[in-house]
Design a protein around this ligand. Structure first.
Ligand code: FAD
Length: 285
């Protein structure tokens, strides 16, 4: 069964992780995947830096490992903002050789000092290219509060429809902290005729620093309830972690009750988070 078939049958529960920064972190990463595998996620996706072709190997190796060694479906992220068509073709050929058939196709963000791709302006260009290059399941990103570079959510959803029509099989959202944004976004997507399943991206807060960085990157709005948690527990890391997990569980249960197609957990390679969230929802998903 492909991960796209799974969306037809259930509420999909997936994890996102990032590749290790240095070789010495590989052992730690395997310990994390060991734990993840006991939680039986429907798939694990692995992020890739957008800086250019040099970033792909670590991500592809781990995606391959998850599939071969742990027998869990895996998804490779592929940002194309600094890649040419021949470079993407080489990556796709490598994926085919390794039987990796799930790609999260992205534009990515520009790295200063690196020239932009002449071939891929938007994720939809990459999606069309992948479609022509072989038989891959294609996932893509979407933004319940609108992408930070979009003039409005209306414009963003218009672009999203173009991306959907280019050949997306399923979407995964940017993190959000207020489910109402997700529900409104789902309605907008429905109105413009986007009928692919949409997984909700949930990132539990683990530290004050992490939340500040995350807000800066994504522009996510902070609900009052969330701000109170940061104010009250921001200087107590253990308390903040537990409160962050409880907040995420609350969001997830509400989303599952409202028939979300899937939950995509931004694990930040933290097995404590994954384990505790899974425990709280294991009889629901
Ligand atoms: P696009 O879909 O191309 O959209 C980018 C912007 O262009 C939007 O504002 C959109 O409205 C606009 N746009 C789209 N099409 C058009 C058009 N035809 N004309 C005019 N405007 C248009 N980044 C990484 O580097 N590595 C990762 O592994 C990674 N994983 C991610 C996973 C998820 C689930 C998410 C939500 C994001 C991830 N990102 C990752 C971040 C992502 O690369 C950035 O958010 C990036 O800014 C946008 O990528 P995109 O694929 O959504 O771009």
């Amino acid at each position: 069964m492909t991960i796209i078939d799974k969306y037809q049958q259930k509420q999909v529960f997936s994890f996102e992780m990032f590749p290790p920064k240095g070789k010495h972190n590989m052992e730690k990463l395997h310990e994390t995947i060991d734990l993840f595998s006991t939680l039986k996620p429907d798939f694990i996706s692995v992020t890739m830096g957008a800086g250019g072709v040099g970033n792909s190997k670590g991500t592809v190796d781990i995606t391959d490992d998850i599939q071969q060694r742990y027998q869990i479906d895996s998804v490779v992220h592929l940002p194309s903002i600094h890649l040419s068509k021949p470079e993407v073709s080489d990556i796709l050929a490598d994926l085919k050789r390794r039987n990796i058939s799930n790609i999260l196709a992205l534009r990515g963000d520009e790295h200063p000092g690196t020239s932009r791709s002449q071939d891929f302006n938007y994720a939809s260009d990459l999606i069309e290219f992948i479609k022509e290059s072989g038989d891959f399941n294609i996932l893509a990103a979407c933004y319940p509060e609108g992408h930070t570079q979009s003039a409005s959510i209306v414009e963003d959803v218009k672009h999203l429809k173009r991306k959907a029509d280019a050949g997306v099989d399923a979407f995964v959202t940017q993190l959000f902290l207020d489910n109402e944004y997700f529900y409104r976004f789902r309605e907008r997507a429905d109105i413009v005729g986007i009928d692919q399943p949409i997984s909700a991206g949930i990132m539990p807060v683990t530290s004050k620093k992490q939340i500040e960085r995350m807000i800066q990157l994504t522009g996510a709005n902070l609900p009052k309830k969330f701000v109170s948690i940061i104010d009250r527990f921001g200087d107590n890391p253990k308390a903040l972690l537990d409160a962050g997990i409880a907040y995420a569980v609350d969001q997830i249960i509400d989303l599952l009750a409202q028939d979300v197609n899937g939950i995509h957990l931004y694990t930040m390679n933290n097995s404590y988070i994954a384990k505790n969230i899974y425990r709280a929802i294991k009889n629901i998903v």
